[in-house]
Write a protein that binds this ligand. Sequence first.
Ligand SMILES: [Zn+2]
Length: 284
Amino acid sequence: MRDCPICQHSQGVKTVERFAGGEFFECSSCGLHYANTETGNLTQYYREIWSEGHLGQRPYEEKMRAALEPARLEGLLREIPRYSWAVSQFRRLSRGASVLDVGCGEGGLLWAARKLGLEPHGCDLSPGAVDLARRLVGDDAVYLGTILDLPCEAQKFDCIVALEVLEHLPEVRPFVERMTWLLKPGGILLLTTPNRNRVFAVAKRALGRPHSNTDYPPHHFTRWSTAVLGGLLGEYYQDVRVGSLRYYFHHAVGRVLSYPIHAATFGRMGQSLCARAGRPRIAR
Ligand SMILES: [Zn+2]
C-alpha cells in the first residue's frame, strides 16, 4: 500500500474510488486523494502522448496543431483559462524577468512570455513537445528532461509556472522542493491542477459515475482540493492564494456558458485550481 505522497501517512486511509489496477485513497491526515497503484514507465507514456497518436487525448492534438500556427496559438492562449490566467500573472512581472515553464509542452506559454518581454525557459520530458517548443522560442530555451535534472543553479528564476503538471506526478514533494530551490527569494510560483470539486465531477460522482475520463493512472496520480493544495504550498511559501478557473469548452456555446456556470458556484467549483505562491520560507 502506498503512503500519502504529501505526508507519508498510511494509517486510516479511506478508499474513495476503485479503478482497474488500483484505487484512490483519501489521506485522513492531509486530505489528498492519491492513487494506490503501480507507476509504470512514465517517460514512455509522455513520449507517446506528444505524438501523432496522442493516446486519444484531444488537448495534446489541439496544442500540437497550434504550435505550428501562430494565429491558432493566440486563440488558445486567450481561450484556455489556465493560459489566460498565467499570461495575466506574467503581466505583473518586470520586463526581462526569467520564467521557467515546467512541463512546457508545445511551448505556447513560453512564446507568450517572450512576447511580453520576459526571458523564457522551459523543460519537458517529451522529445516531440520539446521540438515544437524549440521551434517557437529557440533551441537553448528548452531543456529535454524534467525539472529534477534541469542543469541549473539555485535561485535562478523570477517566476516558475507549472500548469496541470502536479497531478501527473506520483511523487509530489521532490517537485515542489525543486521549484522552491530554483526560485529567487522574491520569486513567484504559479500552479494549476484539476479541481476534484469541479462542478461536473461532483455531479457525476453523485450519480455514481467515474468523475472524469482522465483522472486515473498513468495520466493522473493525485486529486486536489483548494484546502489540500493551499496546505501543501503553505509549508513552503508565506503568501499563498488558491482559486479556481472556469471551464474550458471546445464549443463556442460552451465557452459562453462557462461564465455563468462559474459564477453560480461562486468561482469555487471551476475546472482547475490556480495557485499563486510567493515569499519562499526557506529554499530547500
Ligand atoms: Zn496526506
